[in-house]
Write a protein that binds this ligand. Structure first.
Ligand SMILES: Nc1ncnc2c1ncn2[C@@H]1O[C@H](COP(=O)(O)OP(=O)(O)OP(=O)(O)O)[C@@H](O)[C@H]1O
Ligand SMILES: C[C@@](O)(CCOP(=O)(O)OP(=O)(O)O)CC(=O)O
Length: 400
């Protein structure tokens, strides 16, 4: 038995497949894996002769494993690799046994916060560890890719590229590390949870509609992404936040433009999302006008929730700014102790010099439901037995 914590990653734009079965993308993409101390999928997998079929429990509820579906494909691939291990070494024949898998996400599922990325990466890592597969994260990413495209990048910590590949069998479409977590640990992120509802248009169906109907997507694939991929990798290696931020914001804008260019159009951002953009744009403008640098970058996945990237030193100012415009019902959990306890309160400190307060209106409490301060994180972790989610009989502990 093995227990693994997976992770959440937020990404630089994979949107479109050239093969929907194998999950092969129309363009390469890049993501930053976020810290599991704050956002994670925890998965336990186990196999036993007493199990009658493969079963999965997600957030306490049993999910159907559809034959030939994405999850079944991932399990099948992992079994195939285990069989190879069993053929070569004197290892117990556990590949014939059924699996029980139990997973929890500590953040909203299917709400545009990359739960499928974190979840499938954790699942593949967990079963691979149970099966003692001698596979590299890149090799495992070939499998998690078939669970959910974005999941291939989440097998690594740090800064990760998914190279789209060219082959029709998908064997060259996998993730590679661009830089590990400790290359740029000062890269922090503030997640603004605008909505934790299940989103209206899933990424899977939304991106296919875009592929079928958007002319702008074709321009993006051919003429925009290749240069941006090269530039953002260079920026990460040079720890050049200015360039990283510009590309991140441009790419988020273009992703939402291709969503809008889809027929019928897809809107993932709302008024709150757009006001957060206005705040970050103004923060950067005021800083550059005063001879400073870009302070923060916003990015939005397939939903209204913002992720604001910034060097750690800028986070206090950014949190204060966001809370000023989006007052919070609950006190800000301050995991990095940015604010002096009992003396400073987010939303009550002065705004940066030169900041034009009229760029956005001040919203009511609850417009941004919550704020999560996190940072670049590591890859999958193996946890101890005490954190196992399945009991001795292989049933979820909370349901037993
Ligand atoms: N921990 C998990 N273990 C296994 N599968 C998971 C897990 N978490 C999520 N999933 C799968 O991913 C699905 C949600 O994926 P979906 O793409 O709709 O949303 P999302 O990943 O949160 O959003 P996005 O990818 O657009 O940011 C779930 O319905 C489930 O099938
Ligand atoms: C907006 C995105 O988060 C899209 C994620 O799409 P999914 O990986 O969820 O889609 P499927 O491959 O169909 O499962 C951008 C990204 O992760 O790069």
């Amino acid at each position: 038995m093995d227990d693994i914590t997976g992770l959440a990653a937020l990404a630089r734009r994979y949107w479109g497949k050239r093969d929907t079965k194998l999950i092969l993308p129309t363009n390469s993409s890049l993501s930053v894996t976020l810290d599991q101390d704050h956002l994670r999928s925890t998965t336990t997998s186990r196999c036993d002769p007493s199990f009658e079929k493969d079963r999965l429990w997600l957030n306490g509820k049993e999910e159907e494993i559809k034959p030939g579906g994405r999850l079944a494909v991932c399990i099948e691939e992992l079994r195939r690799l285990r069989k190879e291990v069993e053929k070569k070494a004197d290892e117990p024949k556990i590949s014939d046994l059924h699996l029980h898998i139990c997973s929890y996400n500590n953040f909203p599922t299917a709400a545009g916060l990359a739960s499928s990325a974190s979840g499938f990466a954790a699942l593949v890592s967990s079963v691979a560890a149970l099966y003692k597969l001698p596979a590299t994260p890149s090799q495992l990413s070939l499998i998690s890719r078939q669970g959910s495209g974005s999941a291939c990048r989440s097998l690594f910590g740090g800064f990760v590229a998914w190279e789209m590949g060219e082959k029709s069998d998908g064997t060259d479409s996998f993730a590679v590390e661009v830089a590990p977590q400790d290359h740029w640990p000062e890269m922090h992120a503030l997640i603004c949870v605008v909505s934790d509802d299940k989103k209206g248009t899933s990424s899977t169906s939304g991106m296919q509609r875009t592929v079928e109907t958007s002319a702008l997507l074709q321009h993006r694939i051919k003429h925009v992404v290749p240069q941006r991929m090269a530039d953002i990798k260079k920026a990460i290696l040079a720890k050049d936040f200015d360039t990283f931020a510009k590309i991140t914001m441009q790419d988020s804008n273009q992703f939402h433009a291709v969503a809008l260019d889809t027929d019928p159009p897809i809107f993932y951002m709302n008024d709150v999302s757009r006001s957060i953009i206005a705040l970050i744009v103004e923060l950067n403008r005021a800083s550059v006008a005063a001879g400073g640098k870009i302070k923060a970058a916003y990015t939005y996945d397939a939903g209204p929730n913002a992720v604001i990237y910034a060097p750690e030193g800028n986070l206090k100012e950014i949190i204060n700014l966001v809370v000023t415009y989006f007052p919070q019902a609950d006190a800000f959990k301050d995991p990095f102790k940015m604010f002096a306890a009992g003396q400073e309160e987010p939303g009550k400190l002065p705004l940066p010099a030169g900041f034009n307060e009229a760029v956005a209106k001040k919203f009511d409490v609850g417009s941004v439901k919550g704020l999560i301060h996190t940072r670049v994180g590591d890859g999958p972790r193996v946890l101890g037995d005490s954190e196992a989610l399945l009991d001795a009989s292989g049933m979820p502990k909370t349901l037993a």
